[in-house]
Design a protein. Sequence first.
Length: 184
Amino acid sequence: MQILSNFIDANMNISERDKKMLIFSITCIFYDVSKLLLFIVLFALLHRLDLFLFAFIILLPLRLSSGGLHFKHYMSCLFFSLGYFLLVTIPLTGISIPFWSAIISLGLCTIINGALSPILSASRPPLPEREIIHRKKKTLLATSFGILLLILFYQTKYFAVGYWTILLHSVQLIIAKLRKKRGE
């Protein structure tokens, strides 16, 4: 990261705070892209790439708008994310959920996601109230988008993957909110 810091100093005229935010953003993108590539290879080897990509398509807009659990180290984040995607693509896909039970619980997830979002990393500055409201609306939209996809794929193997992706994301938001209240 020192190379990036030196490059910014030499080529950009920005404040130290903006420089730190830029480095933080680039680091996050690098880490997330590296995890994504690793997961694509792993799930392809497990013959679960289609299920992983479906879960990823549902989780990405949710995660971007609502946040969730954040870890201080790359490896912690990597292993948590790997466990999350393994859970929703392997053992939980075998659990069938009746349609109306799923719709009711996903409706509850929509309320939870909207109420608790956004959950930001402790290293990020707090958002202004207007941005918080905007993020809550985006979270509601992202959850609704996921539910719509699930309705379209109800009779397929993707339904369980998407259902558990949304449900576990809501649980993740609850845990993250409780951790924030406790000051962790």
